[in-house]
Design a protein around this ligand. Sequence first.
Ligand code: SF4
Ligand code: SF4
Length: 88
Amino acid sequence: MFNSYTTTTLQYDPSLCIGCGVCADVCPHAAFEMKERLAYLIAAQACMECGACQLNCPVDAIRVESGVGCAAALMRAALTGKKEPVCT
Ligand code: SF4
Ligand code: SF4
């Protein structure tokens, strides 16, 4: 599992969740898991701040400063020749 962040801007308010499951479906790093129609943030450290969960949550239960996470890591890996993209 990709684990480049020890802290992220990701914030989740479970009191707003209506259990649609979209965040778990769209997250490329399985940060969310559904249990009994409620999303659980089970791997915040895996978040690359892509913003997909925030963009797709119908009740704005998720906040994240997105826009550079994966893209920055991939560009840095390409420029430095590293095989494993790492966000810093
Ligand atoms: S911002 Fe992207 S990587 Fe982070 S939890 Fe949301 S969907 Fe997953
Ligand atoms: S997308 Fe939003 S409402 Fe849907 S399960 Fe995730 S946190 Fe809950």
